[in-house]
Write a protein that binds this ligand. Structure first.
Ligand code: ATP
Ligand code: MG
Length: 315
């Protein structure tokens, strides 16, 4: 099996217990939960039994420990997670508003994950990678952009593959160099995993089909559009397949896209046909939204299969 490697931020998430507006008075909080989009992604890859690792950095503190312990216990190779004694582990405080929007207080850029740097351990892990997954949200840091650029060249140079989830919020799109970095990654991407709206950041078009056609023409082999409670759609040069979401009660949407992407990548690497790959990924995405905490809803193979069986899908 091709080892899957990702590069990017690890943080803890601390959540307000009750919905409301921001953090301007003392409120009840729950956490720390292990988090960070690439960390959630790689945890889900590991829990499906696929070899994988992450290049990242945490502080020498309990927030780092929470993440190292969880990722190691779930089977992620943590050898390339640097422990930085100078800065704390990244964190995000999040509170849902009554309308479902979220307020955040982030400590990322000036935390350990803002200083992810090339190390011997990172080079060693990248040397073992047969597949690289890139999270657009991780490209906020110039040193991650450099590492990703080198890793893409190394992995593709030995016949490996690249998947890319733009995972961009408008807050980070305006960062200097961001849109150029995103376009450069897309140019090297084999499997592209945007959310519906993100597609149009990469291709000027009026419809999804037109945007996908342009992206496939640029050399991307397959595009999977994540559509939340509507499920997901797969496109390649041979055609298109869609699969509806599983009906679940959404408790916390954070991490759904990352879990979905991980499950899809694992299936795609194993040569599973697109329809079945979508069903596996929809199951992992659906399970993710039913659990509070960004990484708490990742699925083992057995948990995914039990969920599928409970929803009438023969495994
Ligand atoms: P995020 O970046 O916020 O994690 P995303 O936009 O990348 O999310 P979504 O489309 O929200 O990704 O979710 C990914 C997948 O998870 C969906 O394609 C679907 O399979 C599943 N999913 C998400 N929300 C729901 C839901 N409410 N009910 C069932 N499945 C869901
Ligand atoms: Mg996403």
């Amino acid at each position: 099996m091709k080892k899957v490697v990702t590069i990017g931020e690890i943080l803890v998430e601390i959540m307000a217990v009750e919905p409301g507006d921001g953090f301007r008075e003392p409120i009840a909080l729950v956490g720390p939960f292990p988090s960070g989009a690439p960390a959630i992604f790689i945890d889900q890859v590991a829990r499906l039994g696929h070899p994988c690792g992450i290049v990242s950095a945490v502080g020498s503190d309990d927030f780092g420990r929470v993440n190292l312990d969880r990722l190691a216990a779930d089977g992620v190779d943590i050898s390339a997670i640097a422990v930085d004694p100078e800065v704390p582990t990244g964190s995000a405080f999040v509170r849902y508003r009554p309308d479902g929007n979220r307020d955040f207080v982030f400590n990322i850029k000036h935390a350990a994950c803002g200083a992810i740097a090339p190390t011997a351990a990172a080079s060693a892990l990248i040397a073992e990678a047969g597949h690289l997954h890139v999270m657009g949200s991780s490209l906020f840091s110039p040193s991650v952009v450099d590492l990703v650029t080198e890793a893409i060249a190394a992995v593709k140079g030995r016949g490996g593959t690249v998947s890319f989830d733009p995972n961009v919020r408008k807050e980070i799109l305006g960062l200097p160099g961001m849109s150029r970095a995103l376009s450069r990654v897309l140019a090297e991407t084999d499997l592209f995993l945007p959310s519906g709206g993100e597609l149009f950041l990469f291709a000027e078009a009026d419809t999804e089909a037109e945007a996908v056609t342009r992206i496939l023409a640029s050399g991307v082999k397959a595009v999977v559009v994540k559509a939340g409670a509507e499920g997901a759609r797969y496109y390649d040069h041979a055609g298109t397949v869609s699969a509806p979401a599983f009906p679940v009660t959404e408790i916390d949407p954070t991490g759904a896209g990352d879990s979905f992407g991980a499950a899809f990548v694992v299936a795609w690497l194993a040569g599973v046909p697109p329809r079945e790959a979508l069903i596996s990924a929809n199951a992992c995405g659906a399970r993710a939204v039913t659990v509070k905490g960004p990484m708490e809803g990742t699925s083992t193979t057995a948990e995914r299969d039990a969920f599928l069986a409970a929803h009438g899908v023969a495994v």
